[in-house]
Write a protein that binds this ligand. Sequence first.
Ligand code: SAH
Length: 376
Amino acid sequence: MTTLPLVFDAPRRGLPPRHFADLDGAGRREALEELGLPAYRADQIARHYYGRFENDPAAMTDLPAAVRDSVAAALFPPLLTEVRQVSSDAGDTRKTLWRLHDGTLVESVLMRYREQRAGGVPRRGRVTLCVSSQAGCGMACPFCATGQGGLRRNLSAAEIVEQVVAAARTAAAGGFGEPLRLSNVVFMGMGEPLANLPRVLHALRQLIDAAPHGMGISRRAITVSTVGLVPGIDKLAAQDLDITLAVSLHAPDDGLRDTLVPVNQRWKVAEVLAAADAYAARTGRRYSIEYALIRDVNDQPERADLLGALLRDRLAHVNLIPLNPTPGSQWDASPKAVEREFVRRLQARSVPVTVRDTRGRDIDGACGQLAAAAAR
Ligand code: SAH
């Protein structure tokens, strides 16, 4: 295991050419004016893009044929090129490796969860996309493949939105055997979203906004997951976006968390939870605590009790993640019996807890593994 430095500011290299999804309303009007087009064309283009997931102006047939090429050149540079797509879980998980304009690799994972009526808690069907917010990550968590690769650069707002538009297109086009609507987006791919906050916020607005200016995805169906950048959580709260917050805790005590989530050396467990509490107080909804169970590292009964005591009076829900071992790491997932005991102890303190199903294990499903494998 290597110990990497924390990197908060991304290198300024290689942001992609400007794209429709990078611009706000005024920027779009201006860009269209430069092409000699009236402002109302922006809404027309937005309807194609967010509503029909069309990013090729050649197919926007209500635009005058003569300007489609110039709109493409000025506003729709190709940002994502598919390098590889792999699927698992009988086709219900599809992972895509994308190459960006400068050769950088990022990945996103599309997962179908089928409706469940029998056995356990009934669950509505959904289609969830896990998106990347940065190429690489500067947060240096030792169990995470992306964290071990370091931070290459921030993604632009459009590079984030394009991942979502591509996924919505795949789902709508019957990628899972029948046309489905992309219902959920989780910022749990590569990168630390709150370290790329302005671009992530601009992307979030486009996911949330109603037609024609956005995709109309439900706010509570969007989750931003963070290592615990307290100033970022505060800023996100001030936006009143009402999306779901997830905090990657992974340890209830500062001693262990300092090593598992190195940013804890800056913002301690108590500060992170206080920021999450303030977020929940604004939205009135539970936040998630992510806890990757690592054999003999953070899975002891005492730690379950400590976590339970920390969370019992908070508006929080624990999402236990069986560790997905990264190549070359000596760490492993906890045995099922240990996991069950951990769950039992949290439940004994009335803390809501779920165990995440492991998707895409056979396709390097853990954060950053596919990109890391491709880079090798
Ligand atoms: N940077 C953000 C979001 C990306 S990671 C964050 O840390 O929250 C999404 C989640 O996957 C985090 O909880 C992260 O700790 C977890 N994760 C990373 N690598 C993992 C692995 N090998 N096994 C299980 N969970 C992992």
